[in-house]
Design a binder for this molecule. Structure first.
Ligand SMILES: CC(C)(COP(=O)(O)OP(=O)(O)OC[C@H]1O[C@@H](n2cnc3c(N)ncnc32)[C@H](O)[C@@H]1OP(=O)(O)O)[C@@H](O)C(=O)NCCC(=O)NCCS
Length: 130
């Protein structure tokens, strides 16, 4: 089935967001997930043609001038390894083309995945409150 990508949240309901936040100790509800997307500076969603179900997404936060930050990227487990994650990041970075900085945090094993987009390895500090 062909995959379609959109930066619009039009028609997206909580029930279209099932199955995400795999492995999180307390995963946000689908309602909260939709709130996250609505509160984002921009989003990219992946869906199979003619299905409302979201199978992958990425979002960005931004000050609208200099900095954008990519907090979340996930493809549903059964759809991984088909290039959807790569396509989501490429589309999100295209949306963020004009910013001085685009930052994201990831585990070391994911750095090779992000290398392909011309991103540079860095270090950071975080607070997490699960
Ligand atoms: C990371 C993720 C979005 C990739 O999605 P995907 O649709 O499988 O990505 P692609 O099919 O475009 O795969 C691209 C490459 O990344 C590699 N890759 C994917 N996930 C990886 C991981 N967890 N660790 C190391 N490499 C990974 C794949 O092996 C593939 O390599 P190849 O092109 O050389 O074969 C997906 O694995 C996922 O949702 N993981 C759980 C959430 C997560 O870790 N998100 C990132 C937070 S920083």
């Amino acid at each position: 089935v062909p995959i379609e990508y959109t930066t619009s949240l039009e028609g997206v309901e909580p029930e279209h967001l099932k199955g995400f936040f795999e492995g999180w100790p307390s995963a946000p509800s689908t309602d909260r997930h939709l709130d996250v997307l609505k509160g984002s500076y921009c989003v990219v969603l992946a869906r199979e043609t003619n299905s409302p179900q979201v199978i992958g997404f990425a979002n960005a936060l931004s000050d609208g001038v200099l900095y954008a930050f990519v907090p979340l990227l996930e493809v549903l487990p059964e759809h991984r390894g088909r290039g959807i994650g790569t396509a989501l990041v490429r589309r999100l970075l295209a949306e963020l083309d004009d910013f001085y900085a685009v930052d994201l945090m990831c585990d070391p094993e994911l750095q090779p995945f992000y290398d392909r987009f011309g991103m540079h390895r860095s270090v950071g500090m975080v607070i997490r409150r699960p």
